[in-house]
Design a protein around this ligand. Structure first.
Ligand code: NAD
Ligand code: TYD
Length: 342
């Protein structure tokens, strides 16, 4: 797969910024890269501060739904691959209000597909999620790429709908597309509305650790850098029109993660507070990653022990980032979600 100029949308978010860092520091990519991000509540220009010293990287603050401007940027930067990370990403927020999920995730992806079609890009990579497959019981095998789409939250419904548009553009217009579907990521720069950073930041300040329901729901955890390596492999070696699952082969119950974080941080388990369950809470996610292993020669390399160690260290040594995140919007979010002050 040859390309000479890349666009990364949603690049100032958690996974997008880690992907950019992987490209610059590990792959050593020197082609022009234009990063576009609206800088919504969780997008943060600080997240890509490390890229300022790379002359091949340009940042533009823009909404991917703005077709005319996005097309102009793609045209003037001669973009020939687009990697679309931009999305509203939090299930709990989608339960309060699904409209931004329809707009940013579905209409936003459709807009980027139109730009890709007009500019005849060589490849469009859509970053999707295991959540489109729905929920597993304890005994079912992990999701393969052939598993039925069965969405339960407005978030997963919007991501599945975006995936369907990507596949429609491949079939109808012959656009070269690849969809990646990954399980739960953790690592540096994740916004603390998600479980692991919320646990670490609350534990660090001696605040309650809210656990939904009985805490026995299972997620398949992957260190973000392993996901980024997979996305890069899908971009370079993936087959057009295909879907690739990524996951950490690391299933954990939420309560066990909470206990592990507290013990690693030397905090008392009394901080754990069981709170009202999430409506429609998916019971278990687990990914079958045989296809990515075979066809992309990809494997998750970071153990949970190692990844959690790095993640906790990052939050503890980036106080400025954590303080900046605890802004008024976050405090309002927290009060609404947990009925508690933050
Ligand atoms: P994030 O919320 O940290 O980042 C999303 C970024 O998209 C933010 O920087 C935000 O400002 C930007 N954005 C949102 N709407 C935009 C718009 N209209 N125009 C431009 N930018 C916009 O999320 P993340 O965890 O980094 O997720 C990135 C992608 O990976 C998403 O598509 C998500 O569905 C997918 N994904 C996430 C996980 C996970 O565990 N976090 C797992 C699988 C897939
Ligand atoms: P989350 O990080 O929101 O990711 P997702 O819903 O996309 O899997 O949640 C991970 C799991 O942790 C999920 O089962 C919900 C649970 N959870 C809690 O128990 N307490 C919390 O405060 C949060 C944010 C999540």
């Amino acid at each position: 797969m040859n390309y000479t100029s890349m666009m990364i949308t949603g690049g100032a978010g958690f996974i997008g910024s880690n992907f950019l860092e992987y490209l610059l520091k590990d792959v050593g990519l020197t082609i022009p890269i234009v990063v576009v991000d609206l800088l919504s509540y969780c997008g943060n220009q600080e997240n890509i501060k490390f890229a300022y010293e790379y002359p091949n990287v340009k940042f533009i603050k823009l909404d991917i739904c703005n077709k005319a401007k996005m097309d102009e940027i793609a045209y003037f930067n001669r973009v020939d691959v687009i990697i679309n990370f931009a999305a509203e990403t939090h299930v709990d927020r989608s339960i309060w209000d699904s409209t931004p999920f329809l707009i940013n995730n579905v209409f936003g992806t459709l807009t980027m597909l139109e730009v890709a079609k007009m500019r005849k890009v060589r490849r469009f990579v859509q970053i999707s999620t295991d959540e489109v497959y729905g929920s597993l019981s304890d005994s079912e095998p992990g999701f393969t790429e052939e598993h039925l789409i069965k969405t339960n939250s407005p978030y997963s419904a919007s991501k599945a709908s975006a995936d369907n548009f990507v596949q429609a553009y491949h079939a109808t217009y012959g656009l070269d597309t690849v969809i990646t579907r990954c399980s739960n990521n953790y690592g540096p720069r994740q916004f603390p509305e998600k479980l692991i950073p919320l646990l670490i930041m609350n534990a660090n300040e001696g605040k309650d650790i809210p656990i939904y329901g009985d805490g026995k729901n299972v997620r398949d955890w992957i260190y973000v850098k392993d996901h980024c390596k997979g996305i890069y492999k899908a971009l370079t070696d993936g087959k057009s029109g295909e879907i690739y699952n990524f996951g950490g082969e690391c299933e954990k119950r939420n309560i066990d993660i909470a206990k592990l974080v507290l013990s690693k941080m030397g905090k008392n388990e009394d901080l754990i507070k069981y709170v009202t369950d999430r409506p429609g809470h998916d019971w278990r996610y687990a990914m079958d990653i045989t296809k990515a292993k075979k066809e992309l020669d990809w494997n998750p390399e970071t153990s949970f022990e190692e990844g959690m160690g790095k993640t906790i260290d990052w939050y503890l040594s980036n106080k400025k980032w954590c303080d900046a995140v605890l802004c008024d919007e976050y405090k309002q979010y927290y009060a609404k979600q947990y009925g508690a002050k933050r």
